[in-house]
Design a binder for this molecule. Structure first.
Ligand code: HEC
Length: 461
């Protein structure tokens, strides 16, 4: 069961980053008859579609890439980051595991090659008539989900906080009433730090939903989380936000439940930027299902630990591997994979051991960048469907050697802790618990889909 639905979807298009980078680095100038890529025709569309959302004035990146001159000026650095697949931020291993995501922003191998050979070829502008018109972008000060759902039904704002120009990392933990007087099911949530400076200082923010619930009601609909080796990720974790992330939209028929009298407890991790930032805050926008529409399934944000028995013991100059096991008590659909580590974090893998003993790697991030908390959101038809009794194995690799370019000091012992120079190892995963009946239905749907695809494939041959 579930074999087809969670089958690894590798295609010939996907090569490991290192292989592509090596191939590109080794490539000689394109043969004389091949068309040399130009900015106007080939590169501008890539930059518009994949870079400018962040690399434009007032956005989160340090420099704008909105003109030919700017892209040319940063050419060598762009080459380095693009060839290593650090930019755009999408650090998943493209050679293993599920590859279909709702928010994929990786360059294709062809785009990567075009970009790099354009830089190597002297960065010609080309013909101005080939330039695509400038794209329009969503308003940075607006809720990003508003286009789809309208204004949020509820906004919960933290108290303001003033961060000094120079200080160690700070954690701010205010608690705020939601003001809800009745039960509501949540369709979508979005977190945003205040604009513009809040976005520069907030590294990540957690919003916990604090509400009184009867822990005895252990049904699928109100599945309390039993998480081995983890105090967090309990009933209350609502959403995690980090640079590069917007929010979460739950699949039709699934959502989070908020109760009357609920409160939001924030945990905001900030770092100083060299000038005082007064009165910044974080906001949570919440969109509800209509009152007469009660979702059948409750989605839980779970923190799957990978600290293992050692609790993270990372010797200087060494690579440390840790692993934890989490048994799923109910049939489950996993909506996303979001590894969390810090500066020594290198790779994290999420693997399923099915009740029949079969093993499968669901996802692996092998090029982890600590300042990017990319949330890899599975496409609806690719989200893993796992029977009750499946064990999720989360494995983390921390590279404390000088080979790790993100390592600030390979002579230090590193252990678990809050600061970015300490380490962590867990994955945030939104789990939708299903009844046995729903699970069987979903599996049947996937199998029908797979057959249809195979049929279409045969038809083409
Ligand atoms: C989701 C937002 C986002 C996207 C998309 C993105 N960048 Fe970035 N980029 C950033 C941020 C933020 C930084 C600074 C932090 C860092 O280096 O991680 C950065 C850093 C860089 C740097 C390093 C700058 C330096 O100081 O050396 C380069 C080069 C770069 N980006 C190029 C690109 C290119 C080219 C693309 C598109 C192919 C792209 N980025 C897409 C957000 C983004």
């Amino acid at each position: 069961m579930g074999r087809k639905s969670t089958r690894t979807a590798t295609t010939t298009r996907h090569f490991p980053a290192a292989v592509v980078a090596a191939a590109v680095l080794a490539s000689v100038p394109a043969s004389a008859d091949a068309q040399e890529p130009t900015f106007a025709k080939d590169v501008a569309p890539i930059v518009q579609a994949n870079c400018q959302i962040c690399h434009r004035p007032g956005s989160i990146a340090p420099m704008s890439l909105t003109t030919y001159e700017a892209v040319k000026r940063y050419g060598p650095r762009i080459r380095e980051k693009v060839a290593a697949r650090v930019m755009p931020p999408w650090h998943i291993d493209r050679s293993v595991g599920i590859q279909e995501f709702k928010n994929d922003r990786a360059l294709t191998d062809e785009e990567l090659e075009t970009f790099v050979s354009w830089i190597d070829g002297g960065m010609p502008f080309g013909d101005a008539n080939d330039m695509p018109p400038p794209p329009t972008f969503p308003d940075r000060t607006a809720w990003q989900f508003a286009e789809r759902f309208g204004a949020p039904d509820l906004v919960v704002r933290s108290e303001p906080y003033t961060l000094a120009a120079k200080t160690q990392d700070k954690w701010f933990r205010p608690e705020v009433e939601t003001g809800l007087t009745e039960e509501r099911w949540v369709r979508a949530i979005e977190i945003r730090p205040s604009y513009p400076d809040g976005r520069r200082i907030v590294h990540h923010a957690l919003a916990y939903l604090v509400q009184e619930e009867d822990p005895d009601e252990m049904t699928v609909q109100s599945a309390a989380t039993i998480s081995s080796g983890s105090a967090m990720g309990g009933a209350g974790l609502f959403m995690e936000w980090a640079v590069g992330k917007v929010g979460e939209i739950f699949p039709d028929g699934a959502g989070k439940l908020m109760l009357p009298g609920s409160r939001i407890r924030w945990e905001v991790h900030m770092h100083a930027i060299g000038r005082e930032v007064p009165d910044s805050y974080v906001e949570l926008g919440i969109w509800f299902y209509p009152k007469d529409q009660i979702p059948q399934n409750r989605t839980r944000l779970r923190m799957f630990d990978a600290r293992g028995r050692s609790g993270l013991d990372i010797p200087p100059g060494k690579v440390a591997v840790t692993q934890d096991f989490h048994v799923l008590r109910w049939p489950s659909r996993l909506e996303n994979f979001q590894p969390h580590m810090h500066m020594r974090g290198k790779t994290m893998t999420m693997e399923a051991i099915y009740p029949d003993g079969r093993k499968q790697i669901l996802s692996q991030v092998d090029n982890f960048q600590w300042n990017w908390h990319v949330n890899y959101i599975y496409a609806d038809h690719a989200a893993p469907l796992l029977p009750a009794g499946t064990t999720l194995v989360i494995t983390a690799w921390h590279d404390n050697t000088p080979e790790n370019p993100n390592n600030p000091d390979h002579t230090q012992w590193v252990g678990w802790g809050d600061r970015t120079v300490d380490e962590m190892a867990h994955a945030w995963v939104d789990v939708t618990y299903l009844t046995e009946g729903q699970f069987a239905d979903e599996i049947a749907k996937r199998e029908a889909m797979a057959e249809e695809n195979e049929g279409a494939e045969r038809g083409r041959r």
